[in-house]
Structures are given as structure tokens and as C-alpha cells.
Design a protein around this ligand. Structure first.
Ligand code: AMP
Length: 193
């Protein structure tokens, strides 16, 4: 199974992806996680991406397309994957389409989690508080001001990705403001599982 979860930062993509990974035995490919690992390991890509990420901007298409291309080619992705946080621009969506077509692979679903953006800032504040309470590090980009920049980047660049898939008849929209279990059930319905 190969699917894409779309939606603004804080929409719950990560939560649903984790569940789908367990349920279907596929891998979650989160460009955000991969980039954070690159930053933590101070790799050449990490060094390039660090400042952009901390400011809430988008890392270049070239870098993220390269990361995804390499990751999809790894053995554990052969059974299927969920893309979380990618594609974030139409250029990325086009590159992915070509990448998959070259390997005769198809997407099973593209699911958009629709959310009330005003409510998202509240969710992010809570995510930062919960991480702090659990003694975990708080992501620098979960600071509410940086989060607003990430939301602006989403509206500027990523909102155009949804019509890209809608135009191809591949998009399913789900209300991401519902409780996690209801969102999960709606996703399973789309996937027929
Ligand atoms: P995320 O965890 O998906 O919210 O990603 C965290 C940050 O990583 C984003 O704010 C961007 O700076 C960067 N990033 C993650 N995925 C992408 C992508 N597909 N294109 C560009 N930048 C990305």
C-alpha cells in the first residue's frame, strides 16, 4: 500500500501515519523526521537545512526529492509506504509522480486531513506543553510564532498540492478536527480496510 497524507502542520498526519504503519506493516516516510535526523547528525544536508527549518521555511525541492528518492529505493519500502510531509510543493508532487511511474508503482490513496487553521495553533501549543511535561525535547519549530510561519508556508506552497491530486481524481478529503479514532475510521474507509 502506498499513500500520501496531506494537511497543514499539526493536522494529525504523524499520529495517523504511526497507526497505519502498525496496521499495514508499511513504513512511514516523514521528510520532517529525516531532515531532523540529518540536522542532529550534522550531515551536509542537515547543515544546509537547519536554519530554514528552524525559521519554519521550506527546504529546497532538490534536497527533499533526493532524500525521498533514495528512501523509497530501500528494501523496507518495497511493501509500501506512507508519505508524511511530502510532497509539499507541486514540483515535489510532479517529481514523485515521475519517480513512481519510472518504477511502475501507483499510489493507492491521497488523503487530505482538513482542519480549522485557527484551532491548529492551540494544538501546537499543547504538543509543546505535553512534550515538556513528558521530559521530551520541544521541537524548535513548535514554538507558536514559528508555527505560524510554517502555516503560512503551507498556505503559500503546499495548498496547491491538493488541487494537483484532485485534478487527477486521486484525492480523498477527511475531517481532521474529529477525535483521533473517528479520523482513523474515516481513513480506513477510504482505504477499504
Ligand atoms: P514536518 O515535521 O513535516 O512539519 O517538517 C518540519 C520542517 O522540515 C518543515 O517546516 C520544513 O522546514 C522541512 N520539511 C519537511 N518536509 C519538507 C518538504 N517536503 N519540503 C520542504 N521542506 C520540508
Amino acid at each position: 500500500m502506498r499513500l500520501i497524507l496531506l494537511g497543514p502542520p499539526g493536522a494529525g498526519k504523524g499520529t495517523q501515519a504511526t497507526r497505519l504503519v502498525e496496521k499495514h506493516g508499511i513504513v512511514q516516510l516523514s521528510t520532517g523526521d529525516m531532515l531532523r535526523a540529518a540536522v542532529a547528525n550534522a550531515t551536509p544536508i542537515g547543515l544546509q537545512a537547519k536554519a530554514v527549518m528552524e525559521a519554519g521555511g521550506l527546504v529546497s525541492d532538490e534536497i527533499v526529492i533526493g532524500i525521498i528518492k533514495d528512501r523509497i529505493a530501500e528494501a523496507d519500502a518495497a511493501k509500501g509506504f506512507i508519505l508524511d510531509g511530502f510532497p509539499r510543493t507541486v514540483a515535489q508532487a510532479e517529481a514523485l509522480e515521475k519517480l513512481l511511474a519510472d518504477q511502475n508503482l501507483k499510489l493507492d490513496a491521497v488523503i487530505e486531513l482538513e482542519v480549522d487553521q485557527a484551532a491548529l495553533v492551540g494544538r501546537i501549543v499543547k504538543r509543546a506543553e505535553d512534550a515538556k511535561a513528558a521530559g521530551q525535547p520541544v521541537r524548535k519549530d513548535d514554538d507558536p510564532e514559528v508555527f505560524k510561519t510554517r502555516l503560512a508556508a503551507y498556505n503559500r506552497d503546499t495548498a496547491a498540492v491538493t488541487p494537483f491530486y484532485e485534478g487527477r481524481g486521486q484525492l480523498s478529503r477527511i475531517d481532521g478536527m474529529k477525535p483521533i479514532t473517528e479520523v482513523a475510521a474515516a481513513i480506513d474507509k477510504v482505504l477499504g480496510s
